[in-house]
Design a protein around this ligand. Structure first.
Ligand code: FMN
Length: 334
């Protein structure tokens, strides 16, 4: 049975990839994930804010070089991040020497600028690829869709200009024309598109009047929106496609492949069950393929996409109308 796949030009023995999470901050946990069969690892992100903070600290250090105590206390400020920018680069090198699977770095920021030079530094530290996460939530209402889209294209362009390793873009779900945007990113040189970054929705504490962060872990069953847009994008873009979000079981992974993904990134399920859960996932995938007589992942890839399904209407308004009409006032009472 052949589980192999190709992701942004990299040959992988199977489509189960560890998604960005604190796992990559720890070499032991990363090695356990590799031993359990994951075919690649995407690292926890290095955030634009961290890089800008460090740049600011260095500028302050320069300006106040007469007052070392003050400057060094600023540099020593505790941060919310496990690894600072320099430690991040060291971690890339450490993971590369400890693992034999490809290691994909991750940069996370909202606009292009000097901070994106870390793309080159991550490549120089040994990463096999880079994932770009533009977590930009256009809440102000001042920017139109073209400007929001342009941000993604600008960041991609500035990063692609600095590296030779393949670059994936992790996307939000809220473009008004997602497939059109995917085609633009593909044409602009993205080597892969990763669907979708979860939109962390705040929890309102109505007693303390505070906006609190949401629990970041996904629930099983939360992948359907990704499946729809993977199915729509399959064969419309030439770059690779990845799913991130809601892949918790072997059948989730198989559905993602049938919709059109080349790989499935997993984060929450690996954090909940531990890195060894990858063994269970891959065993489950093999058992399902044996039962339904599939010889390879490539054979199933895109088989249920919009381009290949015999019933494309099912992805469009037909099932929408059907689902609205299946509920009757008496349904809840039965
Ligand atoms: C604890 C935690 C940390 C994460 N850190 C990052 C990160 O640094 N960069 C990133 O792009 N995504 C990050 N994510 C998002 C995941 O990579 C993934 O896209 C998301 O959790 C949906 O996938 P899942 O359903 O498999 O968890 C994080 C998620 C969790 C739960």
């Amino acid at each position: 049975m052949d589980l192999s796949t190709t992701y942004m030009g990299i040959e992988l023995p199977n489509p189960l990839v560890g998604g960005p999470s604190p796992i990559s901050d720890h070499v032991d946990a990363s090695r356990r994930l590799e031993d359990a069969g994951a075919s690649a690892l995407v690292m926890h992100s290095l955030f634009m804010e961290q890089i800008l903070r460090e740049q600011q600290a260095l500028a302050d250090l320069d300006a106040h070089s007469h007052s070392n105590a003050e400057a060094s206390s600023y540099l020593a400020e505790p941060t919310d991040f496990a690894l600072g920018p320099e430690e991040y680069l060291e971690q890339v090198t450490r993971l590369k020497s400890a693992l034999s699977i490809p290691v994909i770095g991750s940069l996370n920021g909202t606009h292009s600028g000097r901070w994106t030079r870390y793309a080159r530094l991550i490549e120089e530290a040994g990463a096999d690829g880079l994932e770009l996460n533009v977590y930009y939530v256009p809440l102000s209402g001042d920017e139109g869709p073209m400007e929001v889209e342009q941000r993604y294209l600008d960041i991609l362009e500035s990063v692609k200009a600095q590296v030779t390793i393949p670059v994936a873009m992790k996307l939000p779900h809220f473009f008004s024309a997602p497939v059109h945007m995917m085609k633009r990113l593909d044409a602009a040189g993205a080597d892969a598109l990763v669907l979708f970054n979860p939109l962390y929705q705040p929890e309102l504490d109505i007693e303390q009047l505070e906006v609190r962060p949401e629990r970041p872990l996904s629930d099983p069953g939360s992948m359907k929106q990704r499946v729809l847009w993977l199915a729509a994008a399959f064969e419309k873009v030439s770059c690779s496609l990845a799913i991130t979000g809601g892949v918790h079981t072997p059948t989730d992974l198989i559905k993602s492949m049938m919709a059109g993904a080349d790989i499935a990134q997993m984060t929450s399920a690996l954090l909940i069950h531990g890195p060894d859960y990858a063994i269970k996932m891959l065993t489950g995938v093999r058992e399902w393929m044996a039962e339904f007589e599939y010889e390879s992942i490539r054979q199933m890839r895109g088989s249920m996409s919009l381009a290949r399904t015999p019933d494309p209407e099912a992805y469009e308004r037909a099932n929408y109308l059907k689902s609205l009409n299946t509920w009757h006032p008496g349904s809840a009472l039965r």
